[in-house]
Design a protein around this ligand. Sequence first.
Ligand code: SF4
Ligand code: SF4
Length: 148
Amino acid sequence: MNEWWQKPLQELTPTQWEALCDGCGRCCLHKLQDEDSGEVFYTRVSCRYLDTTSCRCTDYPRRSALVPDCVTLTPGNQEPLGWLPPTCAYRLRARGEPLRDWHPLLSGDPESVHRAGISVRGRTLPEDHVHPDSHEEHIIHWVDEEAR
Ligand code: SF4
Ligand code: SF4
């Protein structure tokens, strides 16, 4: 029998939609966009509201009010999927791909995303510690990879 996370994104309930997040925290890293090409580059600089150990937002209900750039993904707003990391559960499912075996829904263990080297745990710089003009110096490429 199919599990709920194998259904099309549009068929998920709000609770299932939230549970689909793997907790990697990659989307909470600051990004830079090339004005000419539109290409998006991730940096190791993390949003001030990211708990860099759990890799979860410390004020999730108010995130949009606190951080105007914080995009809320919904079944009706999948436009941001293009710049989300290739490992993101929403991006994978939007493309009809299965979740990876380190996803907590498959492993039954929220730590599996960290053990697999997918989460940002231990690899970030809090934005309060980085000059806003120096983000370019902190561009990273491991977000484009499956694992560390
Ligand atoms: S990148 Fe995707 S799966 Fe990872 S924390 Fe962000 S929304 Fe969740
Ligand atoms: S406000 Fe929360 S969800 Fe939004 S980018 Fe920051 S840590 Fe992530």
